[in-house]
Design a protein around this ligand. Structure first.
Ligand code: PLP
Length: 218
């Protein structure tokens, strides 16, 4: 069995069935992705629009594509009808562009709101105090549905990681109890290769794993 296949098997054996695994295939070629596909993977994550679109055109049609990287407004038009979930909704301006472009093609955009939980200037995502404003705007959309929250936490030791994951879980739970048009808090996307086990323990139900499946990115 190849490294890719046994890595996937190990992860799937470990995670509960309630947790969704997204294989992060950025920088990986179609042959590598084919091995993941053969092992049953149908959800792939990309961080660049161009790479997602090119792989969409050249890979299996029953695959669901997740955009996990920052999305520039001028690139929204390229992913209409191709993306299954946008994990990186991070501004009202971007929301308006998504609503505009997806409406035009009569397509539905499912999105997660990305929160910059560590308040790092190097990272995208909204500040926590912007959450209600963006949700309010989502309520009046016709072609956008918010399905949950996403975070990339700061690097740190186990205790620090747990603290950020827990904070996200609390925000997500609180939001879950409220009722807004076009918003359902189904997904909490957090956890990558180095910290997905902690993330699941702290309540994540979507993990995004790249190197843990495909090996180290150079
Ligand atoms: C690259 C990337 C991942 C996967 O990271 P790994 O360390 O390879 O598991 C997850 N989420 C986002 C947003 C990424 O850009």
């Amino acid at each position: 069995m190849s490294g890719i296949k046994s890595n996937i098997k190990d992860i799937l054996d470990f995670i509960p069935s309630s947790v969704k695994l997204i294989s992060v295939s950025k920088t990986r070629d179609l042959a590598e992705m084919e091995e993941a596909y053969e092992e049953g993977i149908r959800e792939f994550g990309e961080n660049k629009v161009q790479e997602l679109v090119s792989k969409y055109d050249n890979f299996h049609k029953d695959v669901k594509w997740h955009l996990i990287g920052h999305l520039q407004k001028n690139k929204v038009k390229y992913i209409v009808g191709k993306v299954s979930l946008i994990h990186s909704l991070d501004s009202i301006e971007l929301l308006r562009e998504i609503e505009k472009r997806f409406s035009k093609e009569n397509e539905l955009a499912e999105c997660l709101i990305q929160i910059n939980i560590g308040e790092e200037t190097s990272k995208t995502g909204i500040a926590l105090n912007e959450l209600q404003g963006i949700i309010k705007e989502v309520e009046s959309c016709k072609n956008v549905k918010v399905k949950g929250l996403m975070a990339i936490i700061p690097t740190g030791d186990e205790e620090q990681c747990r603290r950020y994951f827990r904070e996200m879980k609390t925000i997500w739970e609180k939001q879950k109890k409220q009722s807004f048009n076009n918003v359902s808090m189904e997904f909490l996307s957090m956890g990558m290769t180095d910290d997905y086990k902690l993330a699941i323990e702290e309540g994540s139900n979507v993990i995004r794993i790249g190197q843990g499946i495909f090996g180290k990115r150079l």
